[in-house]
Design a protein around this ligand. Structure first.
Ligand SMILES: C[S@@+](CC[C@H](N)C(=O)[O-])C[C@H]1O[C@@H](n2cnc3c(N)ncnc32)[C@H](O)[C@@H]1O
Length: 240
């Protein structure tokens, strides 16, 4: 049953807290409280609530997260900018690893007709994606891990990640990039910021590809991004 992704006005904080407790349980409410506090101790925060990224994203995902993100114009501008750049390469199929609730897939669908697929390890994010993309044609969704993609070599013309690898520790981040390269035929594309926080490791993805001897088609900050100094968008050619 797809999650309801209709946007309504936010109720006051105590009501939101009560609803969170009632609908998603004490674990969710505790997690949310920790996320909003202990900002001065990022290493503790990482240990307490980010030790298991999949658990974090399962608790983080859902109607509240969807509302928060959709309430920020900057997020829409960024997704549209990225989708525009990806569409310029005319991919014949696209897989988004870590598709979240489907914002980038939605923006891509408006620009290209090729088959689209999204994969995420968070059932709550994927539940939202099913609601958000309900009625959008040609998008397949999969529950799975980015570091162990359930697809054969070269299954997609382009594989993209946006704000995903940066949420994973170095050894997992490395496996995700190798999986992206394995299942992509012509292009790997990434928006992976380089800043650090309790739930972000921050990577120079273009440097990783250069070290692998891959050809970078484009790299640079995302001009519409408020974090333009630390944002990095890159497209890598894998076909020679
Ligand atoms: C910040 S959200 C970005 C969502 C989407 N890419 C976008 O730009 O709107 C990060 C998403 O990546 C997913 N994710 C992070 N690490 C992952 C991994 N190793 N495998 C699969 N999904 C992952 C999380 O569950 C979450 O939905």
């Amino acid at each position: 049953m797809p999650m309801d992704t209709t946007i309504t006005a936010e109720p006051p904080l105590p009501l939101r807290a009560w609803r969170a407790l009632r609908t998603r349980g004490a674990g969710y409410a505790w997690h949310k409280a920790l996320r909003r506090t202990s900002g001065r101790w990022p290493s503790w925060k990482r240990r307490l609530i980010y030790a298991d990224p999949r658990r974090y994203w399962t608790l983080r995902g859902g109607a509240d997260y969807f509302r928060e993100q959709e309430g920020q114009v900057a997020r829409t501008l960024r997704a549209e900018w990225i989708a525009g750049r990806l569409a310029a390469y005319r991919p014949t199929s696209v897989l988004e690893v870590g598709c979240g609730y489907g914002k980038l897939l939605f923006a891509l669908r408006e620009r290209i007709e090729a088959p689209l697929a999204g994969l995420d390890f968070s059932p709550t994010q994927l539940g939202c994606a099913r609601g958000f993309l309900d009625g959008v044609d040609g998008v397949d969704l999969f529950l799975g891990r980015g570091d162990r993609l359930p697809f054969a070599d070269g299954s997609f013309d382009m594989v993209v990640t946006s704000a995903v690898i940066l949420h994973n520790p170095p050894e997992v981040a490395d496996r995700i990039r190798r999986e992206v390269v394995r299942v992509a035929r012509r292009f790997a594309a990434h928006n992976e910021e380089m800043n650090l926080s309790y739930n972000r490791y921050g990577y120079d993805t273009a440097a990783w590809y250069r070290a692998e001897g891959r050809r970078i088609a484009e790299v640079g900050p995302i001009p519409v991004d408020a974090d333009a100094q630390t944002s990095q968008f890159c497209v890598v050619r894998l076909d020679g």
